[in-house]
Design a binder for this molecule. Structure first.
Ligand code: OOG
Ligand code: MG
Length: 257
């Protein structure tokens, strides 16, 4: 089989996001494996940097069983966040700018002093300056929100937008905080931060390890999304969405009509 066309695949995925138009899955047809899929993801990031965006962080995906089960992929993955994806807390997003947007509750970390590559995080309170409740808006560029592992990695792990709530100092424990996703004042999903690899702090170890395999080193000042604790729900026009994390507070967004 001829080597997959990394630049060509990245261009297809980037154009699909720009036009908010789904494309067919492409990993099976192009022979894309996980390593090559991360190369596509890097090319997609470069496309955004060329358009003037800035890399501001990293997101984990499929760190909870609820998420793995929802999408039928059971490996932890990671993607890149740029400044253009950030929506202010309480801000408005236009659902028509996306293909089939979904929202999910997350915990965000503001990174501080990180260990050398290959070393464990050790003292979490040293590595992380602050924590916050967050919402991730995901939008697979593939038809019907269906994909294989290399497909979703190439598609920057469905990253589309994110909202960070108020930052707090790192609390003593993060491993068993209640998580709610509310839509229009009604509870849509309930979970616990324990669903995120047993403790969301572990997501940072995994992020450092997995991104390090591809030569990416996390940086001080970056935002880090630990992965959703619950399944994601579709974002409908006009919806008001809140993610509530016990002890950390609330992040919210509104979808325009
Ligand atoms: C993949 C992205 C998963 C998470 O928090 O688990 C993710 C997807 O569900 O489309 O962001
Ligand atoms: Mg997520």
């Amino acid at each position: 089989m001829i080597a997959p066309d990394v630049a060509g695949i990245a261009e297809k995925l980037g154009a699909a996001a720009d036009a908010a138009t789904a494309i067919p899955q492409l990993a099976a047809e192009t022979g894309l494996d996980v390593d090559t899929a991360y190369a596509v993801q890097a090319a997609l990031l470069q496309r955004r940097l060329d358009a003037g965006q800035r890399l501001v962080g990293l997101k984990m995906g499929l760190t909870s069983r609820a998420k793995m089960a929802q999408v039928g992929v059971d490996e932890v993955i990671w993607g890149r966040l740029t400044d253009a994806m950030r929506v202010p807390d309480g801000g408005v997003v236009d659902p028509a700018a996306y293909i089939h947007p979904r929202v999910e509750p997350e915990v965000a970390f503001l990174l501080d002093r990180l260990p050398e590559p290959g070393e464990p995080v050790g003292d979490f309170a040293n590595a992380v300056r602050a924590v916050a409740p967050a919402i991730e808006l995901i939008d697979s560029r593939y038809a019907d929100f269906r994909f294989s592992l290399p497909d979703v990695i190439a598609d920057n792990t469905s990253a589309a937008a994110f909202v960070i709530g108020p930052w707090s100092p790192v609390p003593a424990g993060l491993d068993n905080l209640g998580v709610l996703l509310e839509v229009d004042g009604r509870v849509a999903q309930v979970g616990s931060t324990a669903a995120i690899l047993g403790d969301p702090r572990r997501a940072l170890d995994e992020g450092i390890r997995l991104a390090g395999r591809h030569g990416v080193r996390l940086e001080s000042g970056w935002v880090f999304l630990a992965g959703a604790a619950t399944a994601a729900v579709p974002l409908r026009p006009g919806a008001h969405v809140r993610a509530v994390v016990e002890k950390l507070g609330t992040a919210s967004l509104r979808a325009s009509l």
